[in-house]
Design a protein around this ligand. Structure first.
Ligand code: SF4
Length: 397
């Protein structure tokens, strides 16, 4: 297992526009028009400039992530100016990786060539399903054939990593149907796959439909079966999980950017609802586009709130996030960063989890097995930290 060095920081750029809002989505997104997108890019550039000092303090930056929303709705010139602003503000490393989310219906050879020329390394397509009925249920704007074509075009365009997202746990979806989808996905030969369980977020159209009993989401047993099938089947096809929902054909295709979130590496986020983390404090931007815009246009960094990550909070997150990754919890790193032994008060329970085959203790790490990954959140909630007052002091990170 390669050891990853986390010395360089990341930048996240949020693009909140979508051509329509999917009924399960609770992200900070809206349907915009060309004029709104143009205004948005101008404000985004202003926010990057307002944050120049904190971006400078990040030091070396080796990932930029364009997420949303739908970044692929932006025009070539808009992306160009965003790239130039970031390049002139941040200390980008020579091997800085650029991640970009796109929806299949926006993909054309010309757009892909443009993204590749701008320096995008990893293209992530919001495919979600590979049959038209499932796509219609999810309220997506593309057809299965369009998704397949987009993946092929992305592979031909020469990106270092082509990834796409799939969703499982749709009503009525059984193991046979999901295995077929996975087989179809693997046949398209992506470098990376993300497979998410459909979750019903409150105050979404899906939430209302479920409460009105229009349809029933998959029950817990089915979800658990599909989760296991996803991991076992993709492993057999050569895609190794490195996180609960993420699979890579080779370790170099793992998302260098997303791993920063899991390892508490500093990052700056720009755009509505974007989060930033400086090693001590996590802050988040105004979620509402108009509020965010008003702050930035008045020359204020558009922070809506923040939380200090003290040692105890950091320890809890290290446990929670570590248990969701196959690299697990690096005990020496925790000791160094926290100043105390993260396992000191969980000893007996830990021994039971190891004996029950949920965790493996090896090479200074606690790694979840597949059974452990399936219950990672439960293990984290049962983890007991030392009640020492040193847990409550500020981090040195
Ligand atoms: S395309 Fe993605 S971000 Fe946009 S509404 Fe659908 S799920 Fe949300």
């Amino acid at each position: 297992m390669p050891t990853v060095s986390w010395s360089a920081a990341g930048i996240y750029v949020h693009v909140p526009f979508c051509s329509a809002i999917c009924p399960y989505c609770d992200f900070a997104v809206l349907v915009g028009n060309a004029r709104k997108r143009q205004d948005y890019v101008a404000t985004l550039i202003r926010e990057i400039q307002l944050r120049a000092e904190s971006i400078d303090r990040l030091g070396a930056v080796d990932t930029i992530y364009f997420g949303g929303g739908t970044p692929s709705l932006l025009e070539r010139e808009q992306l160009q100016v965003l790239f130039e602003t970031l390049a002139s503000t941040a200390h980008l490393t020579d091997d800085c990786r650029v991640f970009f989310e796109a929806n299949p219906e926006d993909v054309t050879p010309a757009r892909l060539a443009n993204l590749h020329a701008l320096g995008v390394d990893t293209l992530t397509l919001g495919v979600q399903a590979l049959d038209d009925d499932a796509l219609a249920f999810l309220g997506r704007r593309h057809r299965a054939q369009e998704a397949r074509q987009a993946i092929r075009l992305a592979r031909d365009a020469g990106f270092e990593t082509v990834s796409f997202d799939l969703m499982y746990g749709l009503p009525g979806q059984d193991a046979t149907a999901w295995r077929q989808t996975l087989d179809q996905a693997v046949a398209l030969a992506p470098d990376h796959l993300s497979c998410y369980q459909l979750t019903i977020e409150s105050r979404t159209p899906f939430d209302r439909a479920v409460r009105e009993r229009a349809w029933h989401p998959a029950d817990e047993l089915t979800q658990a079966e599909l989760f296991r099938l996803t991991h076992e089947h993709l492993r057999a096809c050569g895609y190794l999980a490195y996180e609960v929902s993420n699979f890579a054909r080779h370790p170099r295709h793992r998302s260098r950017h997303n791993q920063k979130y899991w390892h508490h590496v500093p990052y700056v986020g720009v755009g509505p609802a974007a989060h930033s983390f400086d090693g001590r404090e996590r802050a988040w931007n105004e979620r509402h586009l108009a509020h965010w815009q008003r702050h930035v246009q008045a020359g204020r960094i558009p922070i809506a709130g923040s939380e200090s990550i003290d040692r105890r909070a950091l320890a809890l997150e290290m446990v929670m996030l570590g248990l969701r990754t196959t690299d697990g919890i690096d005990l020496a790193r925790c000791q160094r960063r926290l100043g105390f032994d993260i396992t000191a008060d969980v000893g007996r329970r830990l021994a039971e989890w190891v004996a029950d085959g949920l965790l493996i203790r090896e090479a200074g790490r606690l790694r979840p097995t597949l059974d452990g990954l399936a219950v990672a959140d439960t293990l984290a909630s049962e983890w007991k930290l030392p009640e020492d007052e040193q847990c409550l002091t500020e981090t040195d990170a």
